[in-house]
Write a protein that binds this ligand. Structure first.
Ligand code: NCD
Length: 313
């Protein structure tokens, strides 16, 4: 049914495979709303979350997902690991592999690092964000959030605004949403717009008000200061003026235009608090909720092979 061992990038998935993962996640959305949230299908399996870059929601989300499915979940933080002692990424991969992990979830600051590890280990590998490349579970959870709020993705008009240049979230979302038939716009100041972005079948804007015209969803991105060497924006104040989602700006959109942000937010820069916290228009907490369900679906689907080979479950 699902032909891939790993989940490394949305670019590797066909539209029906994306839809399969979204459909699988629906059961976990319902399940997670119960007070008793425990399933045993991954009992006895070991999942290692190897995070070489800081994370709050993605790490916790993967940890909860694995535990709710009954797996033994181990978190490895790079700060405390042998990476600090000079171990190469390949050695780390070989070490994790020798411990017979049944799935490894990896976040790394370098694009392509997760693929490198996947090539060296015997179990499914899930990319929890690699540099500026991809963040596939974020793309999937955002698609699930949009589908749950709007009932469909096909034919919707969605604008992704902010630091597109440094954003793996933007890339995975563009690939996922265009693949499911949405019309995607991207909006950024010239210095934060990747060259040749039109090749990703998106419409590029520098004027946020024009980009917002008639959209169903506006997805804001964090200014990723940690990835910027040099001056990319004149000042945070000016950035907010031109590219911030303020109450006044949102008021000019359709009343049913919904707001998203992958977190963590720079409140008062790319998004104002009174917009982020709008109960009827902001999907930000729903994104977090959908994140757990998507990760449960991915862990379940990718370990089906392991479980079947051994003839149990
Ligand atoms: C994003 C990431 O790490 O790529 N956050 C997340 O996973 N929720 C976006 C960001 O850091 O701005």
């Amino acid at each position: 049914m699902f032909p891939h061992r790993d989940l490394l990038a949305i670019s590797a998935l066909a539209p029906h495979e994306i839809l399969f993962l979204l459909d699988e996640a629906e059961q976990w959305v319902k399940f997670n709303r119960l007070s008793q949230k425990h399933d045993d299908r991954l009992a006895g399996l070991t999942i290692i979350n190897a995070f070489f870059e800081n994370s709050t929601r993605t790490l916790v989300s993967f940890e909860i997902a694995g535990k709710r499915l009954g797996a033994d979940v181990v978190n490895m933080h790079a700060g405390q690991s042998s990476i600090k002692k000079g171990e190469t990424l390949i050695d780390t991969a070989m070490t994790l592999n020798a411990m017979h992990a049944d799935a490894i979830v990896i976040r790394h600051g370098s694009s392509g690092a997760v693929q490198l590890i996947a090539d060296k280990v015997d179990c499914p590998v899930l990319n929890a964000g690699d540099g500026q490349h991809e963040h596939p579970t974020q793309g999937l959870l955002d698609a699930l959030t949009i589908r749950s709020a709007k009932g469909r993705i096909d034919g919707l008009s969605i604008v992704i605004c902010g630091d597109v240049l440094h954003s793996r979230v933007a890339r995975s979302n563009i690939l996922c949403l265009t693949s499911l038939g949405a019309r995607v716009r991207v909006c950024a100041p010239p210095a934060l717009m990747p060259l040749g972005i039109e090749e990703m079948k998106v419409e590029a804007f520098h004027d946020f008000d024009k980009a917002l015209d008639g959209v169903d969803v506006v997805m804001m991105l964090r200014l990723q200061n940690e990835r910027m060497q040099g001056q990319f924006i004149p000042s945070p104040r000016e950035y907010r003026h031109l590219y911030g989602l303020t109450e006044e700006r949102l008021a000019r959109t359709r009343p049913d235009t919904l707001v998203m942000h992958p977190g963590p937010m720079n409140r008062g820069i790319e998004i104002d608090s009174n917009v982020a916290d709008l109960v009827d228009r902001s999907l930000i907490t729903r994104q977090v909720e959908m994140g757990v369900a998507i990760r449960m679906a991915c862990l379940d689907v990718l370990t089906r092979g392991v479980r079947q080979v051994e003839g149990w479950q």
